[in-house]
Design a protein around this ligand. Sequence first.
Ligand SMILES: Nc1ncnc2c1ncn2[C@@H]1O[C@H](COP(=O)(O)OP(=O)(O)OP(=O)(O)O)[C@@H](O)[C@H]1O
Length: 830
Amino acid sequence: MLRLKCVKAEGGREKRRREVYPAPDVPWCPILSLARSTSKPLITTTWTFLTPNVTPSHAHSPTYPSLLQVAVRVRPLTNEERQRGCYRILEVQDDNMLTLMNQATDRNDHLRQKREKDKHFLYDRLHGEDSTQKEVYEDTTKPLVQDVLAGFTATVFAYGPTGAGKTYTMVGTPEQPGIMVQALNDLFQCLNDPSKISKTKISMSYLEIYNENIRDLLQPSGTLDLREDAKTGVIQVAGLSEREILTTKEVMRLLTKGNKERTCEPTAANKTSSRSHALLQVNVRKSAIKGVGEEVKVGRLFMVDLAGSERAKQTQNKGKRLQEGAHINRSLLALGNCINALAEGQAKFVNFRDSKLTRLLKEALSGNCRTVMVAHVSPSHHHREETRNTLVYAERAKKISKKIRPTVLDITSHVTHYKQMIKELQEEVERLKDKITDNKQDCHSGLSQQNTEKLHAIKNELLEKFREQMFLRNKLIDIDSNILALSMELERQNLVVSEWEAERTRMERCRTEHPKGPHGEEIIDMDTDKEKDEDSEDDEPEEVTQAWEDLLYLQKEKQRYSEMRETVQQEMEEVKKCSQSIEETLPNTITNDEQKEIISLLCKVHELEIQKVEMQSEALIKEYELQRRELVIMRYDRQRSLCDQIITRQRQMLDEMHQHMPPELLELYELYQMEAQYATADRDGKYDAHNLLRCHSVLSLRGSTERLPPINGREPEKLFDRPARRHSLGDEGRTESVLSLRSPTSSAGSGWNSLPPLAQYRPSLVSAHGRHSALHYPSDLPPSRGSRPSSDSSSTSMPTIALPTSPNLYTSSAKSEGVPHHLPPISATR
Ligand SMILES: Nc1ncnc2c1ncn2[C@@H]1O[C@H](COP(=O)(O)OP(=O)(O)OP(=O)(O)O)[C@@H](O)[C@H]1O
């Protein structure tokens, strides 16, 4: 302990004497750092220097009395002040005493001098106008850096009126770095000392209080709130970013960044006036092995650059600047009040809550913290009042005393500590024992681990195969629906062609029987069959020609899809086989029941998916079946109407020839008529006992007469109302009476053209599969006529396209081939 004492004043100047003796409450320890020359010792102030090995535990650490250290720095007169003729009112006597001279600059003005005496102020350290940044740092902050490394909390803050040089001291310039930069540099240098076997982490945060709002200078966003721990009373800034720093370069970068963010505006008093209080916090966490334990010291260094107190008149601030100044002054007033209260020993009643600044500096002023205040003053007579106030405050602050102790999270070698260690070791032994036992089981678990991996592999493989199967199945459904659609279209076009063929045969017969036209015009006699054929082809309506072309194209497409189907089917069989073989090997590869269950569930899910797809496919096929049935019914209707015509014609002939109807023929006519009625009623869903009875009664009435009404004019037909039927394959909402096709008058004569044209079917076919290109007609189709049968080969000949989907349709055509066309056998068509 070194105590330096001012003992006597001689001739207006105090004489100082140095006394060294150990402090009563601190064990003797060597002086490690003394940041002042011994030739100019401190006066009236007691400095306590702690050695690094004095690191008592937090709970049992002794406290040390500490007074708030006050240093004063007088800045040089600025060029402007010199130009304005400002004179100095401050005189630095030595390192500690400062004299504020009276108004009279003229030393010979004795009258004035008597009236107003010079005022002397004593401080812990005084820095005159010619002091360097390094000197200021070494006298004020360097000792704090050592304390921080020893686990103390320390604060250095710059106080003073605006333009007095606070920012210059704290931040400095790139050429003349201030306290902040030098302190951090020093910290890093101490840590880089290889003799110190310790692990240290340094982090920093930087904030400003602007207009009573706290802002993060390293990560600027919104304003931050202060939180006070109800138990410990520690004040923290919620959401403040903390950056760990590893190099001095990084420190410089962060500091520069933070200072750029700081609110700084020119005023009349200072061109670079800081409009906010800036607080840089450096945390040092130092851990060192100590015996069997580890000692962690947590030191904190706060470096505060306060905004300067200002008088509105002097700064000539208006508006926003004036408002800023008011906030600055209010917070500084609160700080001054705290300093006053603390200096008077009323620490219990100090109101720190008046401003955010005092709340943040609470610990620095009254808590467990070494604090250095660097008061700044201007030597100019212009700032006499502010200078005097500052010096008075600084003097008062000097009286603030407190007790401090380091923050040491101590893990020292204590009996309880050893007990704890033994307990932990025992636990570790138990844990290791358990591990050994587990290791034996690990062989099993290793196997199960292997099993799990195998299971994953199998699962993935199976899933892959299932996916492939699904893809191929969907492809098959797609192909099937295309084939179905093509079949439908083929039938439809067949119908168009066969209608026309029938019509043409009828016309030819008419021509042969009646060489004159209906209006007596000459029918041109054809010389050869070829000529006839060519002529008949010329008469062929465009729709029929189109239908022939469509038939060829559709047949080709159908063939193509059938081949594609075969390939896909084969692929699918292969994939199926593959997944089946995986499933079969499962019992051998997987022994775990749970895993087996997972795989079987997976397979089940896949099966269900397949079933779902198959059902969808069936639904699609059923829909097509229904549509196909419509076409078949149309064909039957047309066939029956032809039969009706034939029978009617035969009956007319018999009538004309006055021939008596043989009874068996009469019976057949009746039967035919009745059957036709039943069939129609059955198909249209009108078949019931009541209608049947009526039908019978009508027919029996008719049967009693010798002469029968013509078949095609039969009345029982009217017994059953047949509503118009909707073509399921036609355009949306288009209805067409199928009855019209059945009617004897329309069926043969105009039946073919009563069908909707091909174009009307095409959109539905295309849209059903979304494949517009599928039915695009290739431009290089072979000439259609080459493949079609000649018109005279058979009166009811059908196109030579094999359609397995409707064999009945082609039975009639096949059977009718080669049968003389003047007598089509009714029984054959039936
Ligand atoms: N010791 C010094 N040596 C040389 N120039 C100095 C010194 N102190 C201050 N100055 C200069 O005086 C001017 C005002 O200083 P500074 O901005 O640091 O004042 P301040 O107290 O921070 O003011 P404010 O409270 O308005 O922010 C600056 O131009 C600065 O460079």
